[in-house]
Ligand binder design. Sequence first.
Ligand SMILES: *Cc1c(COP(=O)(O)O)cnc(C)c1O
Length: 402
Amino acid sequence: MKRRSGQDPAVTAKWRPATRAVRGGTARSEWGETSEALFLTSGYAYDCAGDAAARFAGEQAGMTYSRLQNPTVEMLERRIALLEGAEAARCTASGMAAMTAALLCQLSHGDHLVAARALFGSCRWLTDSLLPRFGIATTIVDGREPDQWRAALRPETKAFFFETPANPTMDVVDVHTVCAIAREAGVVSVVDNAFATPALQRPMEMGADVVAYSATKMMDGQGRVLAGAVCGSAEFINDKLLPFVRNTGPTLSAFNAWVVLKGLETLDMRARRQSESAVAVGRFLEPRVARVLHPGLPSHPQHDLAMSQMDAAGPIFSFEVLGGRPQAHALLDALELIDISNNIGDSRSLMTHPASTTHSGLSEQVRAEMGVTEGLLRLNVGLEDPADLLDDLNGALAAAGL
Ligand SMILES: *Cc1c(COP(=O)(O)O)cnc(C)c1O
């Protein structure tokens, strides 16, 4: 039946990734709409009391309440699972809701987590502040060093947690090796894949158990809504994650799910084009600034590893100016086209100074350990004509005395 072909595994298994991004998960209503329908409903009505009872007993397929299920959200969950190559996925209201749920749903008092040092700021708050309050110990390692992951293992270690490339210093974690260490030790590996998205990097194919997303970034891709997702085995999603998210309620709204469905239709094109432009902008900056940290450039110490596990390096990279905070701020203030904004994954080019924004909540010591220096700037390269970006940067570098 063509109307529901996006949900038929016999059909979707044949589709290549770009086709899955456009059609995966789609189930048309009785009206045969071409674009996915937006179901703005919090509840569902039943034909008879017996149906309601059967649905609550799990004996009848169907929906009961939008904190638990919604047809628009379900289309997005199926599409993301297909793109990731995961058995199942569950969406959340934001990326941080996804990260929190992916960890808390499986960790208990007395358990131990090993996490990479270079993490998104709020993810570091989870590992350093939230989890210890509930008796979950954390060891922070340099994610680039597989030996440190191995050495941090304890009998009570339950999970590994990392992102790659990591925000904002662009550290690259060897996904194959670190996930193999986890698997050997019976530990669940959780990968935050927000920077790359499944268009550029698929951690599950490299041995990851759980992949979590901020869909706010490249998946929406146009800076409109917050959203998140957790992908894993059917067993992990149904037995561990579902009871946690259904009862605590970090549910994605149907409207935001619909926006992300539209975003995924163009993900492949955007990710590739923005990656190409980011390499061009990185090359332009390289001779003009103190340091460019870009996994897509041969100067990055982990360039070969990054390119062996990614199809392209993505739209985000960082660079350093020598004059510290005053010169970094002067450069930002002189930009005409590129916005000063801490968001990433947008179709607009955005630049931020992590030490005074995204990473300002961390202690100076943690910032220093992470390599977040006072001269560091992070750039998200958008879909504008790259020549206009180079013109803008050229002018701003001159104005900042660079
Ligand atoms: C943005 C981001 C998050 C948090 O996502 P939100 O949607 O803002 O809650 C987590 N991890 C990474 C790597 C991110 O870039």
